[in-house]
Each structure stands twice: as structure tokens, then as C-alpha cells.
Design a protein around this ligand. Structure first.
Ligand SMILES: [Zn+2]
Length: 261
């Protein structure tokens, strides 16, 4: 091979090496390193970890959990020892964060079913809770996690109040919701005399339990004021510099709120 050919081959190998390293991302949920898979143009709901199947949103939430409770660890799996000491409640019994945390001794999770009383366990072993009237005692949890849940609750003030009540002083609610930077919070629908009343054209999101679920609320620029009125300290965090560029500022925000000590 000529010296030019060798040079060309080395240059190509170096290019491939650095290109592949650029694509190697660390999953903050499972700790695996790999290339995340883009399955849709909505990158917040895509960029799937090939190992644990989590999407960007879940990794952002996991990053905030780590920053808050175990800053020297890089994934929920790595932080199991620290997280096992926390009373954790996740408002879902599905998803990659649930899979990463479900074996922890003080972990709780629930789903909402219209016709099952709060605190009841279904025959399949799933706890039912209504976020507007949780069956947990006051000041119980160190950490409550929710991903895109609160926009689907007709009385979101009651839901946030219940989260506040169930948190220990110093406890955190780390969560995502669709957040709009160009408007104030508004209700798109409400429940009156047991019937849903649409104030704006109905919008539905996909849901692993029901197939689809109605959006009751759009949260906007006044959300921190609303949370402060309920007693929370509040921080809006953009999870990751690379993600900020890739995913746009509003779709990358995770909210970290906590009950003051
Ligand atoms: Zn993963």
C-alpha cells in the first residue's frame, strides 16, 4: 500500500472512531452506553436507549433525580444504594424509570382507574391512586416522580396540593409536563356534575393504560407562581447542554420542586 493509501486509511479510521464516540451516549436510567435510536421527529419522545428503551424525557428526569440525590453517580442503576434509602412514589407503573426503580425496598407506584377506590390493589397487583386524594399519609415521601401526568388531571391544583401533602419537608417532586412559553396556564376542559365540559377543542395524548387520554390543562409561564402559591420551592431545569441544542428549550425542561424544610 502506498504511503498515501496508509495515510488515507488511518485518517478514515480516526474519523470513524471519533464519529462513533460522538454517537456514544450514556443512558442516565440504565447506565448503558450506545447510540440512541431516533424513531420520530419528536426527539423528546424519541432517541430510544437500545438497552432499556427509555426516551429522552425519561433520561432527563433520571438526570435530575441523580443531581438531586446522588450527584456522583451517572445512572439510576448505579445509584441503587443511595436510592434504596429513599421513599419514592412514581405516578406510573410503566416505563423505564419504573423498571429501574421497582425492586427498591421503599419504592411505590400507582395507576389511576376510574372505577377502583384509591389505595386498592387490582387483581393484577397494581395499586390504584387518585392524585387528587392520595391514600398515603402526610409527609411520607422523599421523592415523587411523574412524567406528563398532571396535564391529564381535571383539578391540577388539588393534585399538586396532594403531592405537597404527601412529601416530607425537604422532599422533592421531579416531573415533566408539556410546558408552553407563549401563554399562561389554562384549562382546556373541566368536570361539572360528573360530566366533562370542553372549554377548548379536545386534545388527547397516547396512554399505555387507556390507549388515549384527554388533556385537561395547558401549563404556561405562570406555573412557578401557581406552585409557589401552593408552598413549593420551584426550579425549571434544562436537562443537558447537548439536549438543549437538540431538543429545544421548552421540550427539554424538567421541573424540580420541593417542600421547604
Ligand atoms: Zn437505557
Amino acid at each position: 500500500m502506498s504511503s498515501y493509501g496508509i495515510f488515507h486509511r488511518i485518517a478514515l479510521q480516526l474519523f470513524n472512531f471519533f464519529s462513533s464516540r460522538k454517537d456514544q451516549c450514556l443512558c442516565t436510567v440504565c447506565g448503558a452506553q450506545g447510540k440512541f435510536l431516533k424513531r420520530s421527529s419528536n426527539l423528546r419522545e424519541s432517541m430510544i436507549c437500545p438497552h432499556c428503551q427509555c426516551i429522552s424525557r425519561g433520561r432527563h428526569v433520571a438526570k435530575l433525580i441523580l443531581d438531586t440525590f446522588s450527584p456522583d453517580k451517572t445512572s439510576l442503576n448505579d445509584a441503587r444504594n443511595e436510592l434504596s434509602k429513599l421513599r419514592i412514589y412514581e405516578l406510573s407503573c410503566n416505563g423505564s424509570i419504573h423498571e429501574a426503580l421497582k425492586a427498591l425496598p421503599l419504592y411505590h407506584c400507582s395507576e389511576y382507574f376510574d372505577d377502583v377506590p384509591p389505595g386498592t390493589i387490582t387483581p393484577e397487583g397494581i395499586r390504584c391512586e387518585d392524585i387528587r386524594r392520595l391514600s398515603f399519609q402526610d409527609g411520607y415521601f422523599d421523592l415523587i416522580i411523574s412524567e406528563d401526568v398532571l396535564e391529564h388531571v381535571d383539578d391540577y391544583e388539588k393534585a399538586f396540593s396532594e403531592i405537597y401533602r404527601a412529601l416530607k419537608p425537604g422532599g422533592h417532586h421531579i416531573f415533566t409536563i408539556p410546558l408552553y412559553g407563549d401563554r399562561k396556564t389554562r384549562k382546556k376542559a373541566l368536570v361539572k356534575n360528573g360530566e366533562i365540559v370542553h372549554l377548548l377543542p379536545p386534545e388527547y395524548h397516547g396512554d399505555p393504560v387507556r390507549g388515549k387520554i384527554l388533556v385537561f390543562n395547558e401549563f404556561g409561564t405562570d406555573l412557578s407562581d401557581i406552585l409557589a402559591m401552593l408552598g413549593f420551592q420551584c426550579e425549571f431545569v434544562v436537562a443537558g447542554k447537548m439536549d438543549e441544542k437538540k431538543f429545544g428549550i421548552f421540550s427539554s425542561i424538567v421541573l424540580r420542586t420541593w417542600k421547604p424544610i
